[in-house]
Write a protein that binds this ligand. Sequence first.
Ligand code: O2Y
Ligand code: MN
Length: 601
Amino acid sequence: MTAPPTTNKKLIAWVNDIAALATPASVHWCDGSDKEYHALCDLMVSHGTFTRLNEKLRPGCYLARSHASDVARVEDRTYICAKSKEEAGPTNNWTEPTEMRAKLRAMFKGCMKGRTLYVIPFSMGPIGSPVAKIGVEITDSPYVVVNMRIMTRMGAAALNALGDGDFIPCVHSVGAPLEPGRQDAPWPCEPDPAKKYIVHFPDTREIWSYGSGYGGNALLGKKCLALRIASVAARAEGWLAEHMLILALTSPKGEKHYICAAFPSACGKTNLAMMQPALPGWTVRCVGDDIAWIRIGADGRLYAVNPEHGFFGVAPGTSAQSNFNAMETIRRNTIFTNVALTPEGDVWWEDMGGPAPAKAIDWEGNEWTPGCGRKAAHPNARFTAPAAQCPVIDPEWESPEGVPVSAFLFGGRRPGTIPLVSEAFSWEHGVFMGSAAGSETTTAALGKAGVLRRDPFAMLPFCGYHMGDYLAHWISIASRTDRAKLPKVFFVNWFRKSTEGKWLWPGYGDNSRVLKWICERVAGTGKAVKTPIGNLPTPDALDLSGLDVSEEDMRQLLAIDVEGWKREADNIGSYYDTLGSHLPAALRAELEQLRQRLATA
Ligand code: O2Y
Ligand code: MN
């Protein structure tokens, strides 16, 4: 091992400990340089992990194909090893920490044999920002190193910011020791799903991940650190670590509002974060598409930071029509995983827009032709691209203090009952709205169609402690600052359908019409009518200029279905029951008040 480029005793001792356990062939401390990045990409091209894309069509871009068993986050293999099961809560998998630690150490014994152990110091949040947190990931995957370089601020600058201070240790192995003389796989991993482990120790703030090289399972700064571990830190320290995009909406008069929005998967979060508004003169700028760290500033307002440095977006469905700015972002310096390869050396996926290629190589490396009955790209195929390449990145996206938040949005895919937009009456009512977020599943991958999955604050897979305590933490924010300075809270539903099953709202750039009303409500100018479920736009309050939606469809989009809402209240009540005594009384009270308003409606 070359001399560590640090004097941090805890870090050196920890790297030595993991190296002694995992017995890699060598240890490499990542400096985050261009040279290192290109050398690792070249190495992966030579091993068959990466295919270099056509330099003229996609300069600096690569395609990786994962093992067919390693294509997504594995929620059922994800653990929160708090001291007690009660602390982890009913929504998390739990194993007693000492038992899990012993299991992990047994699995990690010799697991990096024949491989290089990479040490990746990284900062979540702008380096030197008072809100940034330093993590160090140990991994035996060069794919993880190059993705972490895009997704985080990684290398010498992060190590320098760490100095002799504390860091969050993140240990990762693909779980595929390489015996001498054996040919390596292009995507080494543990193929048995039951042997993959994504483990969080909230009390010691550690992460261990074994067996998968894919996305959220392996890029440990993202979901593991910036959400699960950070949510625990945020509760202890009085801030919020949220699964939220951050965007700025600016009016033609130059009035700018930052909005944080939480949606379950498959609701178009990345599309909304970098949307092209349909309303002339309005602009959207993107601060982040997935995670927001939110603190109370010295002036009592809430400020949001995107802790990430890149986008790890879903490729299928991304097109110039659905997300022009994402398509521009991924023109260069992007890593594509599990998309199809065209004969020209470009990438392709379903619903990319334009004609399908006459033939391609699919995500599993097989020949593919249109109509062959298989998807060319995996539905969870991804692009990893630098946030700085987004043409509408907000000038303040790296502000160390964050951007002031004017509004929170919650939502989900709800074909019935839930109107296009409603505004909460109070902070507590807003937390109630966030707690009731969720989507009706529509894809086979998520289970049976038409089943409502409650996903409070879109944090179900990402909350590092008891969901009831998490909701109580949100309630407590109102007592930590001047209520008048808190963001207003809204619930949106772009996915309401008519009784005939047709989408009522066009979505995409037309969502700016709803955002405009939200900003007007924040400014005190937007017109609203009080209903049992919240404040809704008056019939003339939404700017529908140039929009082809009938009056009847608008009426349905803003209709209050009282009987449907009574069923909704019962369903929320049943969900609340699963949180037991941890559910804050303020939310039970909000549910009762909703029931009373509906009873007299
Ligand atoms: O499947 C994965 O590993 C990625 S999941 C993901 C990636 C980017 C942003 N959000 C998510 C998510 O599951 O919420
Ligand atoms: Mn996400």
